[in-house]
Ligand binder design. Sequence first.
Ligand code: URP
Ligand code: ZN
Ligand code: ZN
Length: 460
Amino acid sequence: MSVLIKNGNIITATDNYVADIFIEGETISSIGKNLSVHADTIIDATNKLIIPGGIDPHVHLSMPFMGTYSSDDYESGTRAALYGGTTTIIDFVLQKQGNSLQAALDEWKSRSDNNCVGDYSFHIAVTDFNDDTKKEIKHFIEEEGITSFKTFMAYKGALMIDDRQMIGLMEEVKKHGGLINVHATNGDMIDYLIAKHKSEGKLSPLYHYLSQPEITEAEASERFIDMASYTGCPGYIVHLTCEGALNAVRNATRRNQNVFVETCIQYLILDASLYEKNFEGAKWVMSPPLREKKDQQTLWAGINQGLVQVVATDHCPFMWEQKLLGKDDFSKIPNGHPAIENRMELLFSEGVIKNKITLNKYVEVTSTNAAKIFGMFPKKGTIAVGSDADIVLIDAAEKHVISASTHHMNADYSGYEGWDVTGKIKTVLLRGKVVIDDNKCLAGKGYGKFVKRNKVSQMI
Ligand code: URP
Ligand code: ZN
Ligand code: ZN
């Protein structure tokens, strides 16, 4: 099968030009002006922007968490991602403390194999680093194509590792060419504040926010960066939200240390005033919590300064009924919100249309940088001859409104209900197949392929 996309305005992380794209099979075979080729399918992209398929490296599908499971499975989650222009996701396998990494991967494969509509990969969360786990690292990097290892500095008793384990893991991961991702918040301090608020009868969602002040994130980020500097292991801070944490990264650049940073769409456009809405605030109970307006400004600036390389979602949806588990106690509200479908359009509307970031920067932070950091470039993350034909067509002028009644995520509310968006994703191709066209999904479960990733590079 071949596809010719004619006359689109192609945007990559570095270029902006009008040309045709010819796709044979799953990859791009030529790009040029007025290509004279026979194609099975012709798509007219006049007046459309053409960007590389989005990559969201931080999502949780069918994840066992806080006594329940996130409500999107691999089929509904990857399908919703495609509707929103994200063609590849990276999900998290969680080791159970006391068990092996392999046992966790097997469990996650039993849920994901043959069920994804879009392409996917895994990070593996090391929650119990010991002599046995240490022996598994090389195999994951060299045989499984899983080159990034997630760590939690919070969620004690379930996911958190201590600094001794962190250092040991960093040394092993560095030795084999991998990277450590981190949820960088001070778990002990947060647990203390949660217990304190509960003992004072302060139980509403607002106290979720007040139990995780900025300092808990700034302190842990700095500690993580120092450990990464000491061991020389490449590090990637997930869902960074605030000025204090970004300043720790800024300081690291002064000693020429390269730490990658991800923020998420919600931290750029939502703020902590939403926690004042009594229990409705549970819609935005996530960790870290939403922050202040001054933090949003720092994050937008951080993107333009090159300190923040990726805008992800931390998509971890729950039905309202699940959120109600914490009706009388904020610490029991499952943490997370649905966003996998909204990221690309919201960032386009709030970032590009409102002149906060350029189109090239938009492509960098939604696709190219994640592909480079996580060892998928140039197969993914760009529009170039030889790359997978993962391509998104956007009508930059079309307006629409976000609503749970029209989204495709398995969540019965939206954290962005009624949000006016400018810019609509019209057509999406994944490996040469049109998977989304005019608000219809044309691919079924099983179309999505597991992406084996390369060792990471320390520079992007
Ligand atoms: O609230 C969140 N972020 N839920 C998912 C788990 C995590 O910490 O990323
Ligand atoms: Zn996290
Ligand atoms: Zn997460």
